[in-house]
Design a protein around this ligand. Structure first.
Ligand SMILES: Cc1cc2nc3c(=O)[nH]c(=O)nc-3n(C[C@H](O)[C@H](O)[C@H](O)COP(=O)(O)OP(=O)(O)OC[C@H]3O[C@@H](n4cnc5c(N)ncnc54)[C@H](O)[C@@H]3O)c2cc1C
Length: 381
């Protein structure tokens, strides 16, 4: 296949953002994706994008359809002990979430990318990363080799590139599962609802005018088969309904148990390989942070590669530190939220979580601090 400057493995939000930015800057790249284009354009996952990330995509001409179509959310509700407690973070920060299904963003980024891409590749293998890197892979047309200056590992939590980085992995298991659901039903409220309940946590999140995402805390050993539609709706009503806020039912089009865990590699590069997004760090979807982190890494990595070709390696040299600053802030936030959402079998710890929640709802300063990290910002933490 010849030579390019950067081979990008994985066409998720991280790989696609990076590919677009590099191509726009005139840096040659080849994007390799294991799945078909149709598959990645329909795979539902995230939905909440922080405003700073949207503005960065807009700055690079990548947010046109998103800005036209995505509703904006600036508040959410806690529901507990039968009451609704609204939390207005746009008032505190001036920043909003844009609600845009991940597959729609992926579709936009694939459509915008004018560089080379191969879908349906197998057996991606990296070679000679310390000297003259090259990547081999297979697709329907046969076996291929591409030489390059750098490899970007954007192949997510189950990819192959992470194994090439000799990193220490810090991992945390929450010891719970979340049943992730998509219902063909309109949202039951304007914003997100976090239901804190003795039967377990539940959440409601709009996706589109006709599709709503729900989560139910469950045992990590549960499978989809343990959750009949009837059981799902019974639990959602029990955990989320309050007298003046009902839940609208509809056919369940996705039902899968997520094993809630986090991990972070202590280094995101090795020789001429740089990782971005979930290949380097995973944060359970408690605070809707993973895709935002993936975009953040890619913005920094694109800046680093572009600067390299202009003769400056300082951004690449500082890449791990610049990414992990934000990653650890978001991990800490997710842990904090998890304590509030899931409670604890230990009554003492449970009361501490309640005390935190009361402080959050009762103190403007506590609310400002929470809101700042809930919505994030572009400036590094
Ligand atoms: C239910 C759920 C809800 C979520 N909600 C939110 C939210 O609201 N907000 C938020 O910010 N985040 C959310 N997240 C997290 C978000 O979806 C991920 O953080 C995001 O997809 C990470 O992007 P990525 O590009 O790093 O990895 P991925 O999206 O996983 O992309 C990696 C790509 O690499 C490809 N690949 C893998 N292996 C190979 C290989 N060997 N060769 C070639 N290609 C390969 C994969 O097919 C994939 O296309 C949610 C996640 C889940 C599961």
């Amino acid at each position: 296949m010849g030579r390019t400057q950067v081979v990008i493995v994985g066409a998720g939000p991280a790989g696609l953002t990076l590919a677009n930015l590099l191509h726009q800057a005139g840096v040659g790249c080849l994007l390799l994706e294991r799945e078909t284009r149709a598959f990645i354009e329909q795979r539902p996952r995230a939905g909440f994008i922080e405003e700073w990330a949207v503005r960065e995509l807009e700055r690079h001409g990548l947010a046109g359809r998103l800005l036209e179509r995505a509703p904006q959310h600036g508040q959410f509700e806690f529901r507990f002990e039968g009451e609704r407690h609204s939390f207005n973070y746009v008032e505190l920060t001036g920043q909003r979430h844009f609600v845009y299904p991940q597959q729609e963003l992926v579709k936009d980024l694939v459509a915008a990318y004018r560089g080379e891409v191969r879908f349906g590749v197998h057996d991606v293998t990296l070679h000679d990363l310390a000297t003259e890197p090259f990547v081999t892979f297979t697709d329907d047309e046969g076996d291929h080799r591409i030489d390059c200056n750098f490899v970007a590992g954007c192949d997510g939590a189950r990819g192959v590139t992470q194994a090439y980085v000799p990193a220490q992995i810090a991992r945390h298991d929450y010891g719970i599962g979340w049943l992730a659901l998509l219902a063909e039903a309109p949202p039951s409220a304007d914003g997100v609802i976090f239901g804190i309940h003795p039967r377990g946590f539940a959440a409601h999140m709009a996706r589109t005018p006709t599709v709503t995402r729900y989560y139910l805390q469950c045992s990590p050993t549960d499978t989809d088969a343990d959750w009949s539609d009837e059981r799902v709706w019974t639990e959602l009503h029990a955990r989320l309904t309050v007298t003046d806020g009902k839940i609208i039912e509809g056919p369940l089009i996705e039902k899968r148990v997520l094993d809630m865990h986090n991990y972070v590699l202590d280094r995101m590069s090795h020789e001429r390989l740089f990782l971005a997004g979930e290949s380097a760090h995973l944060v359970a979807p408690i605070g809707a942070k993973g895709m935002n982190l993936a975009v953040h890494d890619s913005l920094l990595l694109a800046e680093g590669f572009i600067a390299h070709y202009a003769g400056d390696d300082s951004t690449l040299d500082n890449y791990t530190a610049a990414c992990l600053g934000r990653v650890w802030q978001y991990q800490e936030f997710s842990q904090w939220l998890s304590d509030i959402f899931h409670g604890s079998p230990d009554p003492f710890m449970n009361e501490l979580s309640r005390a935190r929640l009361r402080r959050l709802l009762g103190s403007r300063k506590a609310a400002e601090s929470f809101a700042e990290i809930y919505i994030g910002q572009r400036a590094d933490f």
